[in-house]
Design a protein around this ligand. Sequence first.
Ligand code: ZN
Length: 232
Amino acid sequence: MTSGMGRLLLVALVAMPCLFTFLPANAAPLACGTPLVRVDTVDRALHARICEIVASALPLLENCHLKLTKPVTIIFSDDLENAHGPCFGLFHPGKKQMELLTPKAFAQAHDKSDSWGAIPVAEHFDVIVVHEFVHALVDQTARGERNCTADEEYIAYAMQIESLSETTRSALLEDVDASPPISLEELNPILLGFAPPRFAVKSWLHFSEPGNGCDFIQKLMRGDVTLWLYPE
Ligand SMILES: [Zn+2]
């Protein structure tokens, strides 16, 4: 009986963190402290992490004309692909959903990718949250149809690289070997397709040049400028 009780206690002790850490699997997406943002996970630590990233990024994004005015739900998957192959995150405009890899699947994808090795995996996960959240905000803010993917990716990557720590950003800049000034012709859909990290770093360098910054982001969202190679 004593050993049975001991076993029971052990099970209870082992199980306890789970009781406090996980929500029931059928729970609705749980709201963040930030209004309009919900995270669909039973993992409370992951929920808290995503809410914290969004809350920390919002002032930067709002300063750049990216306002949160409509609901966004963040969901998770073990495997993400778009038309171009595997990806770290996706935004589904119709459903107003951001889809992210679970941290475990993200770590595997990060290790497999030879493009983003300059960014530590945990920091990479966090800035991908920012990247996809920017897509959600552009969807809420931009006027009319957006036909050029590069226009939107410029905004998402500029905010992603801006959100890195200085140390990591310096390492990435060194890895990619790009330096200002960056012409608009360099920031085109072909570079985006073939070398996303170069497109990302060049977007941030262009964004960081005096006279560009959030004003340039606003122009992209208004359709006043485009990175499309053959604007009408
Ligand atoms: Zn993107």
